[in-house]
Ligand binder design. Structure first.
Ligand code: GAR
Length: 204
C-alpha cells in the first residue's frame, strides 16, 4: 500500500514509520511521498535520508485553503497514494478534501480525545490539571480532531511534569501505537461503523 506522510515538524513519528513499516520488507507498506507545509521541517531531512521523495506545499503560496488542499491532492494522485498519514501535520483540511478521502486519512494526536483537541493539546492538558492523558489515533472527519477513534493509550500525568517531560512520555507511546494502527489499516483489519472503529480480525 502506498502511503503519504504529512508532517510539519521534527518527524519522530515519521522516523518510526520509515523504520518499522517502509523499510520492513515483510510489509507491503511503502511511503511514496512525504509532504510538509514547512520548508525547515526536519521531517523532510528524515525522508531524504531514507530516499523517500519530498514535496513542500505552503499555505501562503496559495490564494485559498481549497487551492492548498488541491495542490496536496495533486501530489497524492501523482504518487498513487492510498492512505494519508498525518504525523504532526498542523494544518486543517477543508471539507471537499476530507470527504474525498473519507476513512483514508489517519491522524495522531497527543491527548485522549475528545479531550483537548487542537494544536496545543499537551499544554491544555497540563493547564487543566488532568491526572491521566494519552495518545489517540483516529480517522479524520470534517471536525477538529473529532473523527472515529481507532486506538488510544493512556499515560499518567505527574505533579512534576512540564510540557516537555509530558510530551516526551506521550511520544514514546505514539511511536508504539502509530505503526501498529497503520499496519492494521493496511491489512484491512479496521472497519468503520458510524463513529466507531472495530478490529475485523478480532470480530466474533
Ligand atoms: C506529535 O506528538 C503529534 O501527536 C502532534 O505533533 C507531534 C509531532 O511530533 N500532533 C498534534 O498535536 C496534532 N494536533 P513529531 O514531528 O516528532 O512526529
Amino acid at each position: 500500500m502506498n502511503i503519504a506522510v504529512l508532517a510539519s515538524g521534527s518527524g519522530t513519528n515519521l522516523q518510526v514509520l520509515i523504520e518499522q513499516l517502509h523499510e520492513d520488507t515483510a510489509t507491503d507498506i511503502n511511503i511514496s511521498v512525504v509532504i510538509s507545509d514547512r520548508k525547515q521541517a526536519y521531517a523532510l531531512t528524515r525522508a531524504k535520508n531514507a530516499g523517500i521523495p519530498t514535496q513542500i506545499v505552503r499555505s501562503k503560496d496559495y490564494v485559498s485553503r481549497v487551492e492548498f488542499d488541491a495542490e496536496i491532492t495533486r501530489h497524492i494522485e501523482n504518487y498513487s497514494v492510498e492512505l494519508i498519514v498525518l504525523a504532526g501535520f498542523m494544518k486543517l483540511f477543508q471539507l471537499p478534501f476530507v470527504r474525498k478521502y473519507q476513512n483514508r486519512i489517519i491522524n495522531i494526536h497527543p491527548s485522549l480525545l475528545p479531550a483537548f483537541p487542537g494544536a496545543t493539546a499537551v499544554a491544555d492538558s497540563l493547564k487543566k490539571g488532568v491526572k491521566v492523558t494519552g495518545v489517540t489515533v483516529h480517522y479524520v472527519d470534517e471536525g477538529v480532531d473529532t473523527g472515529p477513534i481507532i486506538a488510544q493509550t493512556s499515560i499518567p500525568v505527574y505533579d512534576t511534569d512540564d510540557e516537555e517531560s509530558l510530551h516526551k512520555r506521550i511520544q514514546i507511546e505514539e511511536h508504539k501505537l502509530f505503526p501498529q494502527v497503520i499496519r492494521a489499516h493496511a491489512q484491512g483489519n479496521l472497519k468503520v461503523i458510524g463513529q466507531k472503529v472495530i478490529s475485523v480480525s478480532s470480530e466474533s
